[in-house]
Design a protein around this ligand. Structure first.
Ligand code: SAM
Length: 187
């Protein structure tokens, strides 16, 4: 119920009336090499559907930075994942990902998992978030996000290169998972 309530209050930034289901959450984990990931960032964890899977799959020493701008969701996340080692919850904005990474002593993330609703977010915010994401990924990091259609493909391609598109049929509505990286600069 809290999800619907927050959606009514902030429709553009919440962007969905219910949290993502387990099948989609697991599909979001598929591209991640958990054995080698040192730092994983999550944008917009909401009530923690993806966070739960990240915590279940990661090594205990892998650092997880959760960046959530909604205060009510932050309270829920803090309670739900209390006591988890190396999980840092930031009540903040994804566009400042570099500041948060640096505050914890990192200059890039190995993976950035996003639940942000790019279809409903204002264009200037998406632009700032995706530009900051490019910096935060460095040469090797991967950005993983989902959409309910392929409409935003070209928009994402303006910032990053889509390396893989996975489909999750067992989600309502069915969803696409995009796996992106920075483009290699030709020498
Ligand atoms: C569609 S919900 C996804 C929640 C969860 N990841 C899931 O899939 O169930 C979008 C979330 O992104 C958060 N959000 C929107 N814009 C944000 C921003 N600029 N920085 C951080 N979080 C943001 C919202 O508050 C909300 O929790």
């Amino acid at each position: 119920m809290s999800f619907i309530y927050e959606y009514i209050k902030h429709p553009r930034s919440i962007g969905a009336v219910a949290p993502s289901g387990r099948k989609l959450s697991r599909k979001m984990m598929k591209p991640i090499d958990f054995d080698n990931a040192e730092v994983i960032v999550e944008y917009g964890p909401g009530t923690g559907s993806f966070t739960k899977e990240l915590i279940a799959h990661r090594r205990p020493e892998t650092v997880l930075l959760l960046i959530e701008q909604n205060e009510e969701f932050c309270k829920k996340l803090a309670h739900r994942f209390r006591g988890e080692k190396n999980v840092h919850l930031i009540h903040g904005n994804a566009e400042y990902v570099m500041e948060y990474l640096r505050a914890y002593g990192y200059d890039h993330a190995d993976y950035i998992i996003s639940g942000l609703p790019f279809t409903s977010l204002p264009g200037d915010i998406s632009d700032k978030v995706l530009n900051a994401t490019r910096t935060a990924l460095g040469n090797r990091g991967e950005f993983i996000t989902f959409q309910y259609s392929l409409i935003k493909r070209d928009f994402f391609e303006r910032y990053l290169s889509i390396n893989e598109t996975l489909k999750e049929m067992w989600n309502l509505p069915p969803a696409y998972v995009f796996v992106m990286k920075n483009r290699r600069i030709a020498m």
